[in-house]
Design a protein around this ligand. Structure first.
Ligand code: HEC
Length: 161
C-alpha cells in the first residue's frame, strides 16, 4: 500500500478505522442485544419469583384464638353472619339459614363438628378462607381475624353461648 505514499496511508488508516468502528459497532450492538436479553430474562425470572412470593404472602395463616378467650356465638359469631352472609343465607337464595334466631339450629350439627373446625363444612365453606369451598364469590368475604373467631368457636365446642 505504498503506491501513493502519504495520502493512501491516511486513506488506509481511514478505511481501517471505518472497519474497526463498524465492526466494533456491530459488536456493541450484539452486546447490547445480549444485555437486553439478559435483562429481560432476569426481570421475568424475578417477576416469576416475586409472584410466587406474593402467593405465599397472600395465603395468610389463620391465627389461633388464645385458650382463655371464650368465643360467644351470640356476641362474636352471629354479628359476622348478620353483616356478611344473610343477604343470601336466608333460605330464599341459599342454605343454611344464617339469620339471627335461626342460624344455630341450621348449622349445628349439620355443618359443624364440635371441636373439629377443620373438618366442619361451615369452616371449609367460609368465604375468605384461602382455598375455600364456598360455591360463590361474595362481596364481603371474612378476614383472617373473623375466620379465626369462627374456628375458635367451633374448636371450643360450638356452644349456643
Ligand atoms: C352472594 C350470596 C352469598 C353470600 C353473601 C354468602 N353465601 Fe354462602 N352460599 C351461597 C350459595 C349460593 C351457596 C350454595 C347454597 C346451596 O346449595 O343452597 C352457599 C353455600 C354456603 C355453604 C355450604 C352449604 C352447603 O350445602 O354445602 C356455607 C357453609 C356457606 N355458604 C356459608 C356462608 C357464610 C358463613 C357466609 C358469610 C360469611 C356466606 N356463606 C355468604 C351464597 C352466598
Amino acid at each position: 500500500m505504498k503506491v501513493f505514499p502519504g495520502s493512501s496511508d491516511i486513506y488506509c488508516a481511514f478505511l481501517k478505522k471505518g472497519k474497526y468502528t463498524s465492526a466494533k459497532g456491530r459488536l456493541n450492538n450484539k452486546n447490547k442485544m445480549k444485555k437486553l436479553f439478559r435483562l429481560a430474562l432476569v426481570s421475568s425470572l424475578s417477576l416469576m419469583c416475586f409472584s410466587c412470593y406474593y402467593d405465599e404472602l397472600y395465603i395468610e395463616e389463620i391465627p389461633e384464638i388464645p385458650e382463655d378467650q371464650v368465643v360467644s356465638f351470640q356476641d362474636d359469631i352471629q354479628p359476622l353472619f348478620t353483616a356478611n352472609c344473610i343477604g343470601c343465607h336466608n333460605t330464599t337464595i341459599a342454605n343454611p339459614d344464617l339469620r339471627e334466631g335461626n342460624s344455630y339450629n341450621a348449622i349445628v350439627p349439620e355443618y359443624v363438628i364440635a371441636e373439629d373446625a377443620e373438618n366442619s363444612e361451615l369452616y371449609q365453606n367460609l368465604p375468605g378462607l384461602p382455598g375455600t369451598d364456598h360455591p360463590v364469590e361474595t362481596n364481603s368475604p371474612l378476614d383472617v381475624e373473623e375466620i379465626a373467631l369462627i374456628k375458635g368457636w367451633i374448636d371450643q365446642g360450638a356452644e349456643n353461648n
